[in-house]
Design a protein around this ligand. Structure first.
Ligand code: ADP
Ligand code: MG
Length: 449
């Protein structure tokens, strides 16, 4: 049994949907299909939310019509059976009419809760899953939309381990039933009322995560994540032209990669799959014959020194100097507690005798954090920084890699602010000026590949 997730890029047009149909059709295994919203739709929905809150009724209506037209255009290009076509179009109209009412009510209330935001976002996957189910049915398969919006019981207050185990089990029950009826379930990658909100607690890669939970629940043989690149590459192909595809990457390295800016996989999506020991494959919908990248629990003998280079912009460095306290017990704990209380997570940490430097992505609560740090330290902030991260199991075995990295950067005239090398040496992370990040990735890629 396979779980296959098709990302927004695989749902974007009639042409690519035709490829999705072939991929689903060619499988000998039973399969559960999970979809994202058509590409761009989630962003459009978030925009509509803003417009509704701003009382821009006309613009909201216009946006809804555009969404309807976008989906209808694709479905008409793909489905000729009048019965399936009418039913699908009717679903689109009904779903978007409901959304309009919801947005109107939201404008009245004037405030957006995490759950309202989720309800609006869910529409993207509701439309795309119904679209694909219709398209598969029209091509002679027996497929059915599975809307996961209502599966999560309200009794959970926090999205903890138990919550996810429970969710996996729920998923397993739902999908087993559909599979027994010899139908191909096409599920919304959106999965309902996650405590704290889907967007706010899981984030934009929630479809990958949903697919991983389903795979874990069903103990699938494989989880395939179909996207628009032929696997995990040595760097973002949009930044480095000759980036190469990796055959294999470890879970750990993949999670680091995702965390430090590679959009191709979502860090959280890795966890349920690791736990259940399910191999994850990244495959290309635009080139289904390409092998893809396998994400495995462990890579025994890494072939390369460095397997991937990523960067993440929009980083702020906070420097905290404290002559009195630094070497005292519990100082770092105290620092981290302040950041945690203000819901600001720290990515990179570097310490010296008298100072600690940390990087944060979110600056919303920085003011409050600084106010709390001030009484016992001197704080300085550097904005517009970027994290660059080299990942590779091979680095642990070879000496002098760090030296080569910083020599290469020095030659390119890029100065480095803050360096962190994990003891497992699976990653070397450092901070540069944001406008130097792309160049840093390019010169390092040239050096190591
Ligand atoms: P989907 O809509 O299928 O989820 P995403 O846009 O989320 O697709 O992710 C795929 C994109 O991730 C690719 O088009 C690529 O530009 C980007 N990407 C960034 N870093 C990497 C990397 N190291 N390997 C592969 N893709 C990467
Ligand atoms: Mg994605």
């Amino acid at each position: 049994m396979l779980v296959r997730k098709f990302g927004g890029t695989s749902m974007g047009s009639a042409k690519i949907l035709a490829s999705v149909v072939q991929i689903v059709k060619n499988s000998r295994d039973k399969q559960v299909v999970v979809v994202s919203a058509m590409s761009g739709v989630t962003n459009q929905l978030l925009q509509l939310t803003e417009l509704a809150l701003g009382g821009k009724h006309k613009a909201v209506k216009k946006g809804i019509v555009a969404l309807l037209e976008q989906h209808i255009r694709v479905v008409r290009a793909m489905i000729s059976d009048p019965k399936i076509l009418t039913a699908t179009e009717r679903y689109f109209t009904k779903t978007l009419t409901d959304l309009t009412s919801f947005l109107e009510a939201l404008a009245e209330i004037g405030e957006l809760s995490a759950h309202s935001e989720d309800t609006i976002m869910a529409v993207g996957e509701q439309l795309s899953s119904r679209l694909l189910a219709g398209v598969l049915t029209a091509s002679g398969m027996s497929a059915i939309q599975v809307d996961l919006e209502k599966v999560i019981p309200k009794r959970f207050q926090t999205a903890n381990h138990n919550f996810y185990i429970n969710t996996e089990k729920k998923f397993a029950t739902i999908f087993k039933k559909v599979l027994q009826q010899k139908q191909i379930p096409v599920a919304t990658g959106y999965f309902g009322q996650v405590p704290g909100g889907m967007l706010r607690s899981v984030g934009r890669g929630y479809t990958d995560f949903c697919a991983a939970l389903i795979a874990a629940g069903l103990k699938a043989k494989k989880l395939e994540i179909w996207t628009d690149v032929s696997g995990v590459l040595t760097a973002d192909p949009r930044k480095v032209k000759n980036a190469q595809i990796l055959d294999k990457i470890s879970f750990e390295a993949a999670a680091e990669l995702a965390h430090f800016g590679a959009r191709v996989i979502h860090p959280q999506s890795i966890h349920p799959a690791i736990r259940a020991n399910i191999p994850v494959w990244i495959k290309n919908t635009f080139a289904p014959r390409d092998r893809g990248t396998e994400i495995v629990r462990e890579v025994k003998r890494p072939k390369r020194l460095v397997s991937s280079i990523t960067s993440k912009k929009g980083i702020t460095v906070v420097n905290i100097a404290s002559y009195r306290m630094l070497m005292q017990y519990g100082f770092l704990a105290k620092l981290f507690e302040i950041f945690a209380r203000h819901e600001t997570s720290i990515d990179v940490v570097s310490t010296s005798e008298v100072s600690v430097s940390v990087t944060v992505g979110k600056t919303k609560h920085l003011k409050e954090i600084i106010t709390e740090l001030k009484p016992f330290s001197k704080v300085s902030i550097a904005y517009q920084k970027a994290i660059v991260c080299l990942i590779g199991l091979g680095m642990a075995k070879q000496r002098g890699v760090a030296g080569e990295i910083f020599t290469t950067l020095g030659r390119a005239g890029i100065s480095v602010d803050l360096i962190s090398i994990a003891a497992n040496e699976i990653n070397i992370t450092f901070v540069v000026d944001a406008d130097k990040a792309d160049k840093a990735v390019v010169v390092l890629h040239k050096k190591f590949f």
